[in-house]
Write a protein that binds this ligand. Sequence first.
Ligand code: TXA
Ligand code: MG
Length: 327
Amino acid sequence: MTELLTTTEADIKKAAHLLRTGQTVAFGTETVYGLGADATNDDAVSHIYIAKGRPSFNPLISHFPDREQAFKHVIASTLAYKLAEKFWPGPLTLILPRHPQSPISALATAHLPSTAIRVPQGEALHKLLSYAQTPIVAPSANLSGCISPTSADHVWQDLNGKIAAILDTGPCHIGIESTIVDLTSEHPTLLRPGGIALEELQDICPIMQPDTPAPTAAPRAPGQLSSHYAPHLEVRLNATHVYPHEALLAFGTPLRGTDTTINVSPTANLKEAAQNLFTALHFLDIEGKKRKLKTIAVMPFPHHGLGVAINDRLSRAAAPRPKNRQL
Ligand code: TXA
Ligand code: MG
């Protein structure tokens, strides 16, 4: 049975104790809920892969209470310091060469020569990471390939019984995962669009470019498999009308034609839309199934600012699913 914890001092200490003793604990970050474990403990890290059903070639992000702790585990460049200064604590993950003395488990980094580090926002989380006194790896706390969780309830639906505890820190205010930047070469590259837009990164680093992998190449952030974030219902993008038996994920002025609608931002505000995106997909999936609908129709989103990350998540939610996935 998975224990539900709150943000009282006693519960945060309990969560930290569970982490220190090799258990898995989910907690809210500003982006999505993460499933945490001690990054230096092979057994604890392997529990994460098992609970999520995650392929072991997909490395994990290590989380820290502050920059000083984070940079002990990598070889940090001047640009890394600049980005950390501007965006941490916050939704930015930096990939840097691993420090030879770092005790982070090779299982956590999928034996790569690099390590992903992040200092997330949130008072309770800051306490948890400080009390844990060890780097905490945390992928999103959902079953691999499914919709990311933005509330303790979403985590419960996917992982109840598979993890030791969930620290309920309330809903996530950014709502989509961190932006991932690769700083391991002289070409700083955006590997995953997320809570910080490319335009904001380019203010600090004008040469930052999105990753443009060859269509056949293995993804450089191995988690960026094409089908991901997938609800049980089919997803139809760029809808300009709604068919009968469709649910609708609306943005701005909603299309007519269905009662099963969530508008992620009636004022067409991308920040609000990102915050509500996964919650809306979770809700429409459950309601749609109850009402025997087949498809979630999704209205178009502009492709700038946070719209790039929103379109990334939606196109993966709509991608053909692997044949062995039980839907
Ligand atoms: O907002 C977030 O980043 C959330 C919260 C919980 O912090 N975490 C998250 O973790 O989204 P996850 O595991 O769902 O996604 C991490 C991504 C994966 O695509 C993984 O392949 C990539 O980061 N990654 C991790 N380490 C890497 C490395 N050394 N090199 C390249 N990609 C890496
Ligand atoms: Mg994930």
